[in-house]
Ligand binder design. Structure first.
Ligand code: AMP
Length: 393
């Protein structure tokens, strides 16, 4: 099923296409129409299933009508257990809504509240908040809920585990009774059910397991490697694992040309596309890669933009990208249309911060594989999940 059949407007379809989403995940397929219809919803879905877009897209769609927002008012409240999740959910909303005129904001404790108050003055369409700071703001009358239309409880089980039940109850007492409520939780235990009973009315229920949910079936793994061993490792993998095909991302055009010659020396036929090559050459190399005549294509991120290949079985991050979005985008080029794909990343010690950021966004650590022929001198530590890049703190 394509995204376009879910009833979403063009600006949203354009934004998700730019993020490399081609087909909705199972939870998106089920939840988006129900939410647009106005139902309350209880959904069992873990991180990694695409749950954020499953509520964010219909919210944006529903709010994309002319309406003046009054000061200190919000239209949707998304409650999350942690500030990291609040930041991440809000960042997703901003990406999905980039072609709409709606406002969103993440609000959490542990930081000065003055700038947050300031931003609430004109009202915010979609507020993503942790319970404690939200209550604080409500007590201070920096925020009123009389225009609230939708409540989302995200990762409800984690909020309960973290002891937020009293705060959540106090918040719910302040919300209009007539509202749409959505609850997302990895597990639906007794406490979550009790919370659902109190907060939802006749909800539709959907359950998505992570296995089924991983519709883009992308097998992600990484290998830690010293920088000077990358090209030897790549040749080794191509030969030992009998790779049929790979789109290999590299940082610079000089690096791309060098890698092609290193592969050639080891008997592997590869070509490079980068900004420095003439358009006609790029097009013919791409055509060869698409037809399968060329098996290994080395590309810089810029040259690979818009490169759309069906049935691509493998992408390799020879250089790990600086931006998490680029990683997500790159791996989204494989495993399309229900086919399985593989995303391999080469990670060296100075990529550690990027790796942490990527893994926190994914919500899980990427499987590491080791190859005894390539022992590392500079060990890459295991990531800290929930790492927030400095510029977003
Ligand atoms: P979530 O479960 O919301 O944390 O999403 C997990 C990851 O899947 C995020 O990085 C999203 O950007 C990505 N994602 C969400 N929906 C899709 C989709 N339809 N196709 C590809 N990737 C998606």
């Amino acid at each position: 099923m394509p995204f376009s059949s879910l009833g979403l407007c063009d600006p949203l379809l354009k934004a998700v296409a730019e993020l490399g989403y081609t087909t909705p995940t199972p939870i998106q397929e089920k939840a988006i129409p129900l939410i647009l219809w106005g139902s309350d919803l209880i959904a069992a879905a873990q991180t990694g299933t695409g749950k954020t877009a499953s509520f964010a897209l219909p919210l944006l769609q529903m709010f994309n009508k002319d309406r003046t927002l009054r000061g200190k008012r919000i239209r949707a409240l998304i409650l999350t257990p942690t500030r990291e999740l609040a930041i991440q959910v809000e960042a997703n909303i901003a990406q999905y809504g980039k072609y709409l005129n709606l406002t969103s904001m993440a609000m959490y404790g542990g930081v000065d509240s003055a700038p947050q108050k300031e931003r609430l003055i004109d009202g915010v369409d979609i507020l993503v908040a942790t319970p404690g700071r939200l209550l604080d703001m409500a007590h201070q009358r920096a925020l009123h809920f009389d225009e609230l239309e939708v409540l989302v409880l995200d990762e409800a089980d984690r909020m309960l585990d973290m002891g937020f039940i009293e705060d959540i109850n106090k918040i719910m007492e302040r919300l209009p009774v007539e509202r749409q409520s959505l609850l997302f939780s990895a597990t639906l235990g007794r406490d979550v059910r009790t919370l659902a009973k109190r907060s939802l009315i006749n909800p539709e229920e959907i359950a998505i397991s992570r296995d089924k949910a991983s519709k883009p079936k992308i097998d992600q793994w990484l290998v830690t490697v010293d920088k000077d061993k990358k090209s030897a490792l790549l040749s080794h993998l191509i030969k030992e694992q009998q790779w049929d095909q790979a789109l290999i991302f590299i940082e610079t055009k000089q690096g791309a040309a060098k890698l092609v010659s290193q592969l050639e020396k080891r008997g592997i036929d590869a070509q490079a596309i980068h900004g420095g090559r003439a358009q006609a050459v790029r097009e013919s190399v791409l055509a060869d890669f698409k037809s399968g005549e060329l098996k290994f294509l080395v590309a810089t991120g810029i040259a690979a933009r818009g490169l759309d290949i069906d049935e691509l079985s493998r992408v390799v991050n020879y250089d790990l990208p600086d931006k998490v979005d680029d990683y997500i985008h790159r791996i989204g080029r494989t495993g399309r249309a229900g086919l399985s794909g593989e995303a391999v990343s080469f990670v060296s010690k100075d990529n550690f911060r990027n790796l942490c950021a990527i893994e926190s966004r994914l919500g899980h650590i990427i499987v590491r594989k080791e190859f005894e022929e390539f022992p590392v001198r500079k060990v890459v530590p295991v990531s800290k999940l929930n790492f927030v890049p400095k510029h977003r703190r």
